[in-house]
Design a protein around this ligand. Structure first.
Ligand SMILES: Cc1cc2nc3c(=O)[nH]c(=O)nc-3n(C[C@H](O)[C@H](O)[C@H](O)COP(=O)(O)O)c2cc1C
Length: 195
């Protein structure tokens, strides 16, 4: 377990309080049944009209294709994410089954990754999501159907040692965890009206 529990102002589920996004990850293999449990959690995410516009491509450390998947990452993410047990690509289908654009598709995929993330936490694993990757490169190599696009990537692994990271990353790994106060983004009845 991490020692980086969120310093909450109001109580939340312990699983959420303990979740954070480490860069120091271990590549201990994730058993197949655990991996399926993570993906099952994503499967049971709610979505607009139950369209389920998400897709996942995963690749485990040690597989022949893992080095290829690493090349999709931007340089800032590569040094730490290469130590993960698994890399994933979260995909979105931007179209509804009737061919019209689904304006809630991205929202739904974000929720699916959140479900997966919390299930991972329950399994003793950590998820670190990444926008720092090259979607064009993913599209070139993974053969997505029409209407699908790579939205984010994520790394999953056990919790590693911050000291194993380059100095600047190690510092960020142990910096205080911060969030905006509720009063800055939660209002009653109208924007700007205090709760
Ligand atoms: C959509 C998304 C994209 C992110 N992209 C990156 C990234 O490219 N590289 C990185 O190191 N962290 C990335 N993060 C992690 C965030 O920086 C992190 O979630 C945020 O600082 C809050 O920290 P916490 O998750 O530990 O609470 C991303 C998170 C999300 C949700």
């Amino acid at each position: 377990m991490s020692n980086r529990k969120a310093p909450v102002d109001h109580p939340i589920l312990p699983l959420m309080q303990e979740r954070w996004s480490p860069r120091a990850l271990t590549n201990t293999a994730i058993p197949a049944n655990k991996l399926l449990t993570l993906l099952e959690a994503a499967r049971w995410t709610p979505s607009a009209s139950n369209i389920q516009p998400w897709g996942f491509i995963i690749d485990e450390a040690g597989s022949a294709s893992f080095e290829q998947t690493l090349t999709y990452l931007k340089p800032g993410n590569l040094p730490w994410a290469r130590n993960a047990a698994l890399l994933g690509i979260a995909l979105v289908n931007e179209n509804r089954p009737d061919g019209t654009r689904n304006p809630h598709a991205e929202y739904d995929v974000g929720q699916a990754v959140a479900f997966l993330t919390l299930q991972a936490q329950q399994e003793g694993l950590y998820v670190h999501q990444m926008a720092g990757f090259l979607p064009e490169k993913v599209h070139e190599h993974v053969g997505l159907p029409e209407g699908w696009r790579a939205l984010t990537m994520f790394a999953i692994g056990g919790l590693g040692d911050a000291a194993s990271l380059p100095e600047e990353m190690a510092q960020r790994e142990t910096a205080p965890r911060v969030r905006k106060p509720l009063a800055e983004f939660c209002f009653r009845a109208a924007w700007g009206k205090a709760l």
